[in-house]
Design a protein around this ligand. Structure first.
Ligand code: G1P
Length: 295
């Protein structure tokens, strides 16, 4: 039987180079998608998948993330005094329970692998999830829930993947695949390799690692070697490849739509898509967009 996945690591320390100056004073993952910060959508996806503890890997100047998931006493008492119960309920829905979130300072921007390694003492000896919060993954059930279902079926390590846009595979981690696992509509396949930021034309497939993982704690030992990879950074993909020598990995081509919110156009697309699918505001959003598009 597989151990339950209870903890998620969310690396949020990146400076948001592709989305400046929007993320100059607001941490990039607190930028808005329709009705709440990107990070609130991602945490909701984690909770729906059964995550009980969120470990944020943060950098300097990101205290607003802690504040977002804690009480805002003046706001809440003001809303209560005015009888704005619907808004208050919505504000409360994003609160963490006491003890449910931890913050670890990465101290130095040495790469995604280094960020995940910073959580090693909090992870201990359990399988855990990694959620890349730039990647907003719109799916039902959520992308992490799909990955955890795959983990419950085949154990080991699960990496969520999806087809890369034409000509863009070299920007990502790319997987190499073997046999198809039973179930999951043929979307779950054993992995035989992976490479971070392959040179154009050398990609082993067109499936890229898109932002959700279920990993065994052994990956922390591999990350501990601090081996540098693509871009001179400590890469999670390289540590996973080394772990693959002794543990199984499967790639799940998940069902859903990914928005890269670390990029201005991705953030715009996510905002429009989330507004359109909102049951209350969707029709008004569509009407407003039609007016704009008619010009
Ligand atoms: C990271 C990972 C890469 C993955 C990508 C998804 O790269 O290293 O494997 O495909 O996220 O966004 P980064 O975007 O940090 O360069």
């Amino acid at each position: 039987m597989t151990k339950r996945v209870r903890k998620a690591v969310l690396p949020v320390a990146g400076l948001g180079t592709r989305i400046q100056p929007a993320a100059k004073v607001t941490p990039k993952n607190l930028l808005n998608v329709f009705d709440r910060p990107i990070l609130a959508h991602v945490v909701a996806e984690g909770r729906a998948a059964g995550i009980e503890h969120f470990i944020f890997i943060v950098g300097r100047g990101q205290g607003a993330i802690e504040d977002y998931f804690d009480h805002a006493v003046e706001l809440e008492s003001g809303l209560a005094a005015k009888g704005r119960t619907e808004i208050l309920k919505d504000v409360h829905s994003d609160l963490m329970n006491p003890g449910q979130m931890s913050f670890v300072r990465q101290m130095a921007p040495l790469g995604l692998g280094h960020a995940v390694w910073c959580a090693r003492d909090l992870i201990g000896d359990e399988p855990f999830a990694v959620m890349l919060p730039d990647m907003l993954m719109d799916a039902a059930p959520g992308a992490l829930a799909q990955a955890i279902a795959a983990h419950e079926a085949v154990g080991g390590n699960i990496v969520v993947v999806e087809p890369a846009p034409a000509g863009e595979a070299h920007k990502y981690g790319i997987v190499d695949l073997g046999e198809t696992a039973p179930g999951f509509d043929g979307r779950l396949k054993a992995m035989t390799g992976m490479v971070e930021k392959p040179a154009p034309g050398t990609e082993p497939s067109n499936l890229f690692i898109s932002g959700r993982y279920v990993l065994q704690p052994g990956v922390m030992e591999e990350l501990g070697s601090h081996t540098r990879g693509a871009g001179g950074e400590i890469q999670l993909t390289d540590a996973m490849l080394r772990l693959m020598a002794r543990e199984p990995f499967h790639a799940l081509d998940y069902v859903g739509t990914t928005y890269d919110c670390g990029d201005t156009m991705g953030l715009l697309r996510a905002n429009v898509a989330f507004a359109l699918k909102d049951p209350a505001c969707g029709p008004a959003a569509r009407a407003a967009l039609e007016v704009l598009l008619a010009v």
